[in-house]
Write a protein that binds this ligand. Sequence first.
Ligand SMILES: [Zn+2]
Length: 329
Amino acid sequence: MEWDALRAEQPVVTQLLQHAVWRERLPHAYTFEGEDRGELIGAATLLCRAFMCSSKEPKDKPCNQCSECKRVLSGNHPDVTFIQPDGLSIKKGQVELLQKEFAFKGMESVKKAYIIEEADKMTDSAANSLLTSLEEPGGETLAILTTGNLHFLLPTIVSRSQVLSFTPLSESKRQERLQEQGETLELAAIKARVGDKPTEIPAEERKTWIVQGRQVVIQLAEEVFKRPPQAKLLLQEKWHTHFKDRGSIDIGLDLFLYWYRDVLYTKWGREDLAYPDQLERLKAEAFNRSEYMLAANMKAVMEAKKYLAANVNPQLLMERLLLRLQEGS
Ligand SMILES: [Zn+2]
């Protein structure tokens, strides 16, 4: 990853980092917090290169040609250490080994850097060991901690580093990533938006389950409008048998929410849809419904989600929702 690529995703973070490198005012420790691990590591190694590079021109840009840059890129720079969880946690021994190596090399003039991936997985004793290094960083040292869960890090660690929060990926970007990983457009579009909430559905069945659930929602949304009695039947026969536990029902309601948002988006001519393969249906619904009705539909679904969280009986909650969706109020 280079600055331009990082800037496209994380303009604020990039600005801060480049500025600090340019002015040679890097703090001793950073904590990078964000949801995309690959992005955090990419940014951390980029910063390491910018820090270690011996021939930066301009000042904030790693040359990628010098031996410092090359060795950081290939992952075997003797003064750049990566620490990753060993199994489920980062252990005290791993931190101590790093400290010993640094103490052994010792020379004040040598730049040293280390990256701790998933720093929230440090055991308490590992974190306490690290604390001494953060309190008394020897020479020119740069520490970069990355984490997806800032609140799992010891507050004493957080307070001794400069925290940079990476913004979450946009829906479209997340969809793009999923498609790159081989998901179909249909599945990637919905997964990127609904996310991975906990349900009782076993992991290996989730793919089929969400594809089928999506069909149930599309059908139900259509019948609610065209043939209300049919919708009630569908609710009994398909919805309740598919969305059983609260986690699944919540996803089902999200699927509804995105359906109505898609209808609204179609009205506005937007193309970032959760149901990109349903354009004809969406257009037909967009034609039949006013923006006011669609806003009311979305509000009804949002309220159903609230009732669900408040433990209202799912049967009752869904019947109420269907009535409101029919009325469009
Ligand atoms: Zn270089």
